[in-house]
Design a protein around this ligand. Structure first.
Ligand SMILES: Nc1nc2c(ncn2[C@@H]2O[C@H](COP(=O)(O)OP(=O)(O)OP(=O)(O)O)[C@@H](O)[C@H]2O)c(=O)[nH]1
Ligand SMILES: [Mg+2]
Length: 321
């Protein structure tokens, strides 16, 4: 199986489904315990129920604008069907969320054009500690398992530990890491990595970068510089600028997404740390609100805990009894 087959893979394996179900447990518990309270003692979905449902969605980090869309749709359904019992609320909600996410075509990465790039170059960006380096390690593993030759670039030269961390991932998953000393120019590391990728005929090159805030102009300019250097080695590179967001930060993740996508040419998103948070609803908000696809989700710290985002599987898992 080559890179493109990997990206076109249609269904989650049973193992992935299980990891997703486990990863979403806290979000589910939080969500459904709130819904149960909303419908307690009520038989029909009326305005009161809808008001409370709105609050549940907002406090589950779905985000205000996405929540309003969902509520409007349910309102329309209730008006049309005259009588909707509260026992049907979960199914109704699931349907409407699934429909809403299906309308945003950009989210369907299975139809996303990857083109015929060799090496396919991914630059990974985001604020500090969101899981960039870990996501790179996991992604490298997945790509390698799918039969690809992968190289990693240690362009986070800000901390000595960052270079060691990615080298460790390289050893762990058995892929090459191109690195220089701590404090060296990250653009130079990116340059070396792509040169090496071309020389070795690698299929994928993934470049790590130091965590940075969108409003630090100097650091954002540094990203542009890294990007421009890559473009010189391989016209059109980086093909993917992947913004990593920590789902457990809820609304902050939405805010970071807004600001980062305005500041750089991000064209893919990864949402990490879905396990261990009750704020998984943020995935629904982000996949609805942004025209940039959520491509990967992190559901644990382990090497096998990165998944390609599948809207259908995600919503199914969220509503699984
Ligand atoms: N539970 C869980 N932890 C994760 C996940 N992804 C990353 N982490 C953890 O988050 C922490 C930070 O991850 P890093 O990959 O070092 O984050 P980073 O964005 O590279 O951080 P900086 O390089 O300092 O900006 C580590 O302890 C990871 O194990 C995930 O999906 N689930
Ligand atoms: Mg890092």
């Amino acid at each position: 199986m080559g890179l493109f087959d990997f990206f076109k893979k249609k269904d989650n394996t049973q193992q992935e489904q299980q990891a997703l179900d486990t990863g979403l447990e806290k979000t589910k518990d939080n969500f459904f315990s709130k819904i149960t309270k909303v419908i307690a003692g009520k038989s029909t979905v009326d305005d009161d129920v809808l008001d409370e449902l709105e609050e549940v969605l907002v406090t589950s980090d779905v985000g205000v604008s996405t929540t309003l869309k969902i509520i409007e749709r349910i309102q329309a359904r209730v008006a049309r069907d005259k009588y909707v019992g509260t026992s049907e609320l979960n199914t109704l909600l699931k349907d409407e969320i699934q429909q809403l996410l299906a309308e945003n075509n950009s989210n369907d990465f299975r139809n996303f054009e990857y083109g015929n790039h060799k090496p396919y170059v991914i630059m990974v960006v985001g604020v500090n500690g969101v899981g960039k380096t870990t996501t790179i390690g996991k992604l490298a593993h997945k790509l390698k398992q799918a039969g690809n030759q992968v190289v990693l670039g240690a362009a986070d030269t800000f901390r000595a530990a960052a270079v060691d961390q990615i080298k460790l991932w390289g050893e762990r998953v058995g892929v090459k890491v191109v690195a220089q000393a701590m404090g060296s120019d990250p653009a130079s590391v990116a340059y070396d990595t792509l040169r090496s990728a071309v020389a070795n005929g690698d299929d994928v090159a993934i470049i790590d970068t130091a965590g940075r805030l969108h409003n630090k102009v100097g650091l954002m300019n540094e990203l542009t510089k890294i990007k421009n250097v890559m473009e010189k080695v391989i016209p059109g590179a980086p093909h993917e600028i992947l913004l990593v967001l920590d789902a457990s930060t809820g609304q902050n993740a939405i805010e970071q997404c807004k600001q980062f996508t305005e500041a750089t040419a991000v064209n893919a998103l990864a949402l990490t740390k879905l396990d261990g948070t009750a704020k998984g609803g943020v995935v629904i908000g982000i996949s609805d609100q942004f025209k940039i696809p959520v491509k990967y989700i992190g559901v644990g710290e382990g090497v096998e805990h990165l998944q390609l985002f599948d809207r259908q599987a995600f919503v199914n898992s969220l509503f699984k009894e």
